[in-house]
Design a binder for this molecule. Sequence first.
Ligand code: CIR
Length: 262
Amino acid sequence: MTHPSHHFTHALCRAPATSVTAGLRAADRGDPDPHLFAAQHGAYVAALEQAGCIVHVLPPLDAFPDSVFIEDPALVLNGSAIVLRPGAPSRLGEAAVLRPDLDRHCRAVIDLPGPGFVDGGDILCTDDRVLVGLSARTDAVGAEALRPLVADLGYRLEILRTPPEILHFKTESSLLDAETILATPRLAASGAFTGLRVIETPPGEEAAANAIRVNDVVLLSAGYPRTADTLTKAGYDIVTRDTSQAALVDGGLSCMSLRYSL
Ligand code: CIR
């Protein structure tokens, strides 16, 4: 049985621009090194390929420092793309630039009508539900505008609230399989995951919660041994990748690809 929530044939990525040094961040821990970021991105793309995806890597966009985080301007469900409206003013233009590539690679392309905002990082999909966490980037108007679009694609939308100190809903949660979520204790405590099994990240390893399940493997950021051990013991096949440069601009594994099936 295939699960649309984590069985993917394709992924779309965007190479990091050298301007990624100007990427948005909540706290400054230094700029990412563009060369090291590019190397880590290449290793990430290779992991997606090894997991069974055909990966298209789009060219870098210097005008958009955060454009490597291609998950935020779009959502792809059942091979159809929804062009979102990212909530950070410096990122809104990423959606229009991405649109022709979505036209090329997806079955259909639909635009989220304004005036609300939604970032893809606030959307977690199960096989039949689209969970949207309201955040500083995603508002209720945007989330409601998404409801009929995902209904047409066979999904039920649920709107939740991300605790205010968290950038994106998926900064602290990931789907591990059709019934199981990896989440930080604080996001799990928000009650977002009713009806789903939750595995919590161990204390001090909260940043590991942004993982991605791709076909038979769970891609996990390197440097979180207790999370890796917990997931291995729970029966998951773990692959790790270094995301230190993305982390300096508040990004992680999910943000760097749009994963979908055709
Ligand atoms: C931003 O603040 O928009 C970027 N620096 C990081 C985006 C991370 N994206 C994601 O969690 N989906």
